[in-house]
Design a protein around this ligand. Structure first.
Ligand SMILES: Cc1ncc(COP(=O)(O)O)c(C=O)c1O
Length: 409
């Protein structure tokens, strides 16, 4: 008779890569935050009040009302993605300064799947991925499954020399494989890379002979100033065409239209897309066909209006948060002033700890945020935190920041 104890021991059965897949303590803690009365600056998700519900209802109804469309929508489809949707993306990328064709695009299940696929295609165990510190936690989770080592990019205030990155990788018996950045209104800092920093990053990538992986998740959520060109547009201009370039662009509809439909995309040279299509095929065959059809209709009918609504909506909340921080935060606390996106990044005086502050903030002040350490590939950032203004009303933002500041005064 096999006892329950013998059946239990899963740990030794997992692959080596599973070693690096750990539930973050923070995510566990954040699950407790759904209690009423908590003002949460923790989740970075879009405000559901903005979702194009009527348009989505009409789009699903239209697809299902037409026998041929319904048959297609409920069927498997090509791994590259629904052609009319890719054609919309081609026009959209053209507007951003990236001239490309349908064969330069593969549709993914959100840009999160794009990051997983790029890790799968580019990283052998021990290879180096260059990332900023902090960077998007989901990118670290996606890449870490492929067992890379990380090295730090500092695109704004001075990268190291190409030789220094290459030597550090060689010392670990591997190569630098790509540089990953969120250049506009980053998660978690809200910061944007200047044009000069984008160009310098391309210089570094050219010298190291690696692609820049550009994550444009928040680029459309611009509150002020002129749009900066995507890094990919700069490289395409340098090399005279996308198929001579090495950049890889990850786009998504999640922050503008809906994250629930799970539609993102990768733009890359055709040779790279052909390999990514094989990865997509092996992974899940295709994105939900009907969701791609619906997303295509939403993009055609509602994208521009949704961008305008989202910008106005989140700009007011950003303003409320910056005003409250200025009014209430004591000396020694500093924060970023995002020109778009969903996040403010806050630095506490040295020696203070974001995780212990969260514990007190939840219990004593009814306020939540994400401690910043999770966004670092190494063990820095204990005195930092990420505040999202996406879900709290302006009144809640004012109240929540005042309560948080009281704990620090
Ligand atoms: C920087 C960044 N990239 C990618 C994603 C993934 O989004 P999605 O898979 O919905 O496109 C997120 C989501 O929060 C993000 O913040």
């Amino acid at each position: 008779v096999t006892s329950h104890a013998q059946l239990a021991g899963w740990e030794p059965r997992y692959a080596a890569r599973a070693e690096r897949m750990r539930a973050s303590e923070i995510r566990e803690l954040l699950k407790l935050l759904e209690q009423p009365g908590i003002i949460s600056f923790a989740g970075g998700i879009p405000d559901p009040a903005l979702f194009p519900v009527a348009e989505a209802r009409a789009a699903y109804a239209a697809v299902l009302a037409d026998a041929a469309m319904a048959g297609g929508g409920l069927q498997y489809s090509v791994s590259e993605g629904y052609l009319p949707l890719r054609q919309w993306i081609v026009r959209h990328m053209g507007d951003l300064g990236v001239a490309c064709e349908e064969d330069n695009i593969v549709v993914t299940s959100g840009s999160q799947q794009a990051l997983d696929f790029l890790g799968r295609l580019l990283l052998s165990p021990g290879d180096t991925a260059l990332v900023t510190a902090p960077t998007y936690l989901g990118a670290l989770q996606a890449f870490s499954a492929y067992e890379p080592r990380y090295d730090e990019l500092r695109p704004e205030d001075g990268n190291r020399t190409p030789q220094s990155y290459a030597q550090a990788a060689a010392a670990a018996a591997a190569r630098v494989k790509f540089a990953y950045v969120v250049p506009s209104y980053a998660n978690p800092t809200g910061e944007t890379l200047s044009l000069a920093a984008r160009e310098r990053l391309l210089d570094l990538a050219a010298e190291l002979d690696i692609p820049v992986v550009e994550d444009a998740a928040y680029a459309a959520l611009r509150f002020e100033g002129d749009a900066l060109p995507p890094i990919m547009a700069l490289e395409v201009a340098r090399r005279g065409g996308i198929d001579n370039a090495r950049s890889i662009y990850c786009g998504t509809f999640s922050k503008v239209l809906s994250p629930g439909l799970r539609v993102g995309w990768i733009v890359a040279p055709q040779a790279m897309i052909r390999r990514l299509v094989l990865v997509k095929q092996a992974s899940d065959l295709n994105n939900s066909t009907i969701n791609q059809m619906v997303m295509h209709r939403l993009a055609e009918t509602a994208y521009d209006a949704q961008v305008d609504r989202a910008r106005a909506h989140y700009r007011c909340r950003r303003d409320a948060m910056l005003a409250a921080l200025k009014t209430h935060m004591p000396e020694g606390v500093t924060w970023t002033r995002p020109g778009g996106g969903l996040f403010v990044w806050l630095c506490l005086p040295d020696g203070m700890d974001g995780a212990s502050l969260l514990d007190r903030a939840v219990k004593e002040a009814g306020v939540a945020f994400v401690p910043g350490a999770a966004f670092f590939h190494d063990d820095r950032g204990r005195n930092t935190l990420r505040l999202s203004y996406s879900l709290a009303t302006e009144a809640e933002i004012a109240e929540g920041i005042a309560r948080l500041a009281k704990l620090l005064t």
